[in-house]
Design a protein around this ligand. Sequence first.
Ligand code: NAD
Length: 259
Amino acid sequence: MAPESMGLLSGEVALVTGAGHGIGRAMCHELAGEGAILFLIDVDASRLTASLNALRDAGAEADGALIDLSLAGSGVMAVEHALSRFGTVQMLVHAASPPRSELDRWDVVSDQTWEAMYRVNVSEGFQMARHLAKHWIGEAIAGRMLFVTSLHAATPRNLPHYASSKAAMMMLVKELARSLAKHSIRVNALTPGAIAAGGFKPNPDLQAKIPMQRLGESAEVAAMGITLLIDRFSRYVTGSEVIVDGGLGLYNWFDPHDA
Ligand SMILES: NC(=O)c1ccc[n+]([C@@H]2O[C@H](COP(=O)([O-])OP(=O)(O)OC[C@H]3O[C@@H](n4cnc5c(N)ncnc54)[C@H](O)[C@@H]3O)[C@@H](O)[C@H]2O)c1
């Protein structure tokens, strides 16, 4: 890991949700590698502790809070925890999302599962963003936000609560980006394809449908995501979606056998 003084995010604080596992955890390591200070949010205590320990062992400054973002008021609470711990926050990465069960199809998905998906992905994501944006405007901070969305924001997945919440998240990115750009605040979406992380259990035949012929890794998504938080690479980028999917989004029903 680069010493803090050498990183492109030296001394800046990032609030990362879903930081205990998968893409959120990988984002923490990318951020720490650029000298950022981390404040981790997760609902799973053992994942949160393991992630914090790994970051500290690697020399990063990191702290965190056990917060369930499916509860009303939790987003503002997460921001307040990070602000009171480190005094300021310059970046938000919203990677948390409830587990997806393939059984939760349109005819059986419960009100509770539907509500939790929307609350974590959309409602508390919005509350975190709004609370932070007000802080940033008040303090003249050129903050950056990154929302982890999904290819299923634009294509169905047999899980209406998941796909429709990701579509809502995508519009949230655009709304916030447009409103906040004049305050030098950038808001972008990072869209993974099929990534071998905890939240996704692939069918065995999926790999063949991916033009690059393999699932992606969380670290590969995070390596792209970090560029959207660093002004050197993306200072004129807001309201954009960057897709990291090995070409999966190019797959469609026309699939000639000799291709
Ligand atoms: N893995 C994929 O293939 C894939 C594809 C497209 C989009 N995504 C998106 O990427 C993000 C991360 O996915 P992943 O596969 O790395 O997931 P993951 O399950 O590996 O990690 C998600 C983390 O979020 C935490 N979390 C879940 N519910 C929470 C809650 N209520 N409050 C706080 N934390 C909570 C979990 O404990 C976990 O540590 C999600 O937004 C997901 O929708 C993943």
